[in-house]
Write a protein that binds this ligand. Structure first.
Ligand SMILES: [Zn+2]
Length: 370
């Protein structure tokens, strides 16, 4: 990703606190008959409140919590319970998972299935419902707040207004009445236990979330045949990393015919020294090269950017090359305004390909400096 989000602490993390207790202290230690008294005191109150609410027709909590308790009690050996407890920790250390930390191997639902198919089905449903339904129930929001409130706090702290995964898409902010969807960076359909972990959740632009990333797992290499993620582990950028990703753009054009520029005529190198795996994962998951090249070939982006340099240069009596130099200086300060992070390497590539030349203005064809 191009820049990182800053993590925002919020009371909504309370749901994860209840889950920590439920998995590690209740399920993994299941022994004797189930009782609501075993639950985190706040979760117990929530379950009771929901049970007494006739408007909630689906049993999201009491039945599933009790059923999973029984599965742990009857089906899982002490060794398997210890394993699940460790998996719980690993799956919630999102930063370590993104770093490919070998000491913290994550568990997928396939690993749970190898222990118990019943447990896999019950956990999958339970963890999914936590994010899609439980987090919105009044008994829950009255205690930990609404996800909309988290979003407002999030975009107040992260006010860039641009999607850090592509740099181009907009992220709705404090002045919008709607919000972006939260993406599960590690997909909730693959990994148990982290569906309401906000270190695994981040707003993403619609194009990144719903067209490109979908349910892809960034932390697995693509299968060479199916091109689906599912191979060995790899590193991926962590959304809340404190270290900048420092991706550099190097671009060369293999043609001077900019009006008919094709994606395969653009050589685009995206690199970050020592972070090759992360860059590959980012490019794979978000279709980065395809999207950037398509923009550069677009009439209202790449071509328009170039025309603008010629026209503005003429207006202020500069050479296009001087105008480009001035633009590069000001763009450095605001890399995500007007897609400058992509626009400037492109315009620079136009200069190197001698589409923009010192002393030449395309619109007049005059040579000023020879
Ligand atoms: Zn995006």
């Amino acid at each position: 990703m191009l820049f990182n989000y800053r993590y925002v602490n919020h009371s909504i993390e309370g749901l994860q606190v209840y889950l920590d207790h439920l998995v590690k202290e209740v399920w993994c230690k299941a022994n004797g008959p189930f009782s609501l008294d075993l639950l985190h005191p706040e979760l117990k109150l929530i379950v009771e409140e929901i049970s007494n609410d006739d408007s909630i027709t689906k049993d999201y909590l009491y039945g599933p919590i009790r059923r999973i308790y029984e599965l742990f009690r009857v089906q899982l050996t002490p060794v398997q319970r210890a394993q699940v407890s460790a998996w719980y920790d690993h799956n919630n250390d999102i930063e370590a998972l993104c770093a490919g930390d070998p000491s913290k191997p994550p568990a997928t639902y396939a690993d749970i299935r190898a222990i118990s198919t019943d447990l896999e089905a019950a956990l999958k449903n339970f963890c999914k419902n936590l994010f899609t339904d439980v987090i919105h129930l009044k008994a829950v929001t009255s205690r930990i707040g609404e996800i909309e409130a988290h979003y407002r706090a999030f975009v107040t702290e992260n006010g860039e207004g641009k999607c850090p995964y592509c740099g181009c898409g907009d992220i709705k902010g404090v002045h919008h009445s709607r919000r972006e969807a939260y993406d599960h960076f590690l997909p909730k359909g693959i990994y148990p236990f982290n569906s309401v972990n906000f270190h695994n959740l981040a707003p993403m632009c619609h194009e990144c979330n719903s067209t490109y990333k979908l349910a892809k797992d960034p932390t697995r290499h693509l299968d060479p045949i199916s091109r689906e993620a599912g191979g060995t582990r790899r590193k991926a950028f962590y959304s809340y990393a404190t270290m900048a990703s420092c991706i550099t753009f190097t671009m060369t054009l293999k043609t001077k015919d900019i009006m008919r520029l094709q994606p395969d005529e653009i050589d685009l190198q995206l690199s970050a020294p020592g972070r090759e795996e992360e860059v590959e994962a980012w490019k794979d998951v978000f279709g980065i090269e395809e999207r950037y090249k398509a923009r550069l070939c677009g009439k209202n982006d790449g071509i328009a950017w170039l025309q603008q340099v010629f026209e503005e240069a003429e207006n202020v009596d500069l050479t296009p090359d001087q105008m480009l130099a001035a633009k590069l200086r000001s763009a450095e300060k605001v890399p995500y305004a007007d897609s400058n992070f992509l626009r400037m390497p492109f315009l620079n590539a136009c200069r190197i390909a001698k589409i923009i030349r010192e002393g030449e203005n395309r619109s007049t064809g005059e040579h000023e400096g020879g």
